[in-house]
Design a protein around this ligand. Structure first.
Ligand code: TYD
Ligand code: MG
Length: 442
């Protein structure tokens, strides 16, 4: 069979058997490049199929980074041959975490750190800061030539490889560095290397303004584990969240604190985001279960008369859809005239909360801002809100109540729930609708 040529757009990945000057999909000019079609001329293959018995359990031995929060997050350590993608804003601490992991793993053998972003001197300075030992078997190179790296690795047997960042790597003959095709091909090359050698690879990825790993979702499909760094750079806390994990729980979080000597894990994060003094009006305390972590949070809201034809809703740390939803329930079911008010809602501390059990906390914060009422800081509000204005049960209420008791809260306002057992010194105040909760506040 004759080998077939195909042309690929280096901007969007569009493929065509014919050359094109302007890509018909993304309308970019001169982005077509030649690529050999991989799937013709298939010769004998090195692929072998194993029966379930033949797979050695040894292959599933996990490498412990000794950063226990990180190991827990990925499901008990790094699976051999796995590829992990770590995304986050610039300056959030990706390179720092990678260097700490590299140093920890280097106790098993050589760890290769490939940086296309910084010089070797910069890596050394960071390494000194976080206390990497002089005799560490950590190896560093500053290059963006991924082919060169893969060739050099042929004669090596590292314990792990770190690529910082995937956007700075390039393979020859596949379009501009940082283009979608480069990103995909570089990632694919690394995935192939990891799978064929059993060596785990950590890939750092930048995220775009919209908060996705640059070079769309496509990278996420290629790798085994996707972790995102969240948190405000100004505060010391950084949250690492697993978005995808083929070998463990997803949507689990681990919390770190950025100190002068690197990232340190926060083992008991329950209370770090709240201050237990008087709350001002517009604030209320709630709790969220993120993965297996129960975290107490302060929700802040500001409600002000609007000068716009349609009122503004802005949020930080909560999906804006949730705010629109809850303000619609407050307007329609409880007749609070929020249509003529702008609403701002913020989760203090920079955590992005996914748990819908903070709905009631949001509603109480917004109402407290609207009516200028102060909320008791010894009380927490837990519950999901439905479009009908009723408060719905949340999962794992027992764990949430135990944590509330442990932290010394006095009252919990929550939906009716027969699984909620009474706990000494913790008053459970159960309601079925949002209007009943708000009535009690006035
Ligand atoms: P870095 O890991 O370079 O972030 P990224 O790779 O995600 O862009 O970390 C950047 C910030 O962290 C930088 O502003 C300095 C700060 N930092 C500390 O506060 N303490 C430290 O020990 C280190 C290494 C960095
Ligand atoms: Mg970096």
């Amino acid at each position: 069979m004759k080998e077939k040529q195909i042309y690929v757009c280096s901007n969007c990945g569009y493929e065509s058997p014919k050359w094109f000057g302007k890509c018909p999909i993304c309308n970019e000019w001169n982005t077509a490049f030649e690529k050999k079609s991989d799937y013709n001329n298939l010769k004998s293959s090195s692929v072998t199929f194993k029966s379930v018995e033949q797979i050695k359990i040894d292959e599933f031995r996990r490498l412990k980074t000794n950063i226990s929060e990180f190991d827990r997050l990925v499901g008990g350590g790094i699976v051999p041959g796995s590829v992990l993608l770590i995304g986050g804003d610039p300056g959030v601490g990706k390179s720092t975490l990678m260097l700490e992991i590299a140093e920890n793993l280097s106790r098993f053998g050589e760890v290769f750190y490939i940086t296309g972003e910084e010089s070797e001197e910069q890596i050394l300075l960071r390494a000194l800061r976080i206390g990497v030992k002089k005799n560490s078997s950590l190896k560093v190179t500053s290059t963006s030539d991924l082919e060169g790296v893969l060739a050099a690795l042929n004669s090596e047997k590292p314990v792990a490889i770190i690529v910082d960042s995937i956007q700075s790597m390039r393979l020859s003959n596949v379009g501009l560095p940082g283009s979608v095709v480069q990103l995909r091909d570089c990632t694919e090359a690394l995935v192939r290397y990891a799978k064929s050698t059993g060596i785990p690879i950590f890939i750092v990825g930048h995220i775009t303004k919209e908060g996705q790993i640059a070079g769309p979702k496509l990278l996420e499909h290629l790798v085994d584990v996707v972790l995102y760094f969240e948190g405000e750079i100004q505060t010391g806390y950084r949250i690492l969240r697993s978005i995808k994990n083929r070998f463990g729980p997803s949507n689990e979080i681990a919390i770190f604190e950025m100190r002068n000597d690197g990232l340190k894990e926060v083992k008991n994060p329950s209370e770090i985001f709240i201050e237990r003094n008087n709350l001002s009006s517009g604030s209320c305390i709630t709790s969220a279960l993120e993965g297996t972590r129960n975290i107490f949070l302060e929700i802040q809201s500001l409600v002000s008369k609007t000068f716009f034809p349609s009122p503004r809703r802005l949020s930080k740390g909560i999906d804006i859809g949730r705010i629109v939803f809850i303000s619609a329930v407050l307007s329609r079911r409880l007749n609070i005239p929020l249509e003529s008010f702008d609403i701002y809602v913020n989760v203090v501390g920079g955590l992005n909360v996914k748990d819908p059990s903070i709905d009631l906390g949001i509603a109480v914060a917004v109402y407290s801002a609207f009516a200028d009422i102060k909320i008791d800081s010894d009380c927490i509000y837990i519950g999901e809100i439905g479009l009908d204005g009723r408060i719905r049960k949340v999962n794992n209420i027992e764990k949430r109540l135990m944590e509330a008791h442990k932290m010394g809260f006095k009252k919990v306002v929550m939906p009716y729930d027969k699984d909620a057992k009474k706990i000494k010194n913790l008053e459970l105040i159960q309601y079925s609708s949002l209007s009943d909760v708000l009535k009690e506040l006035t």
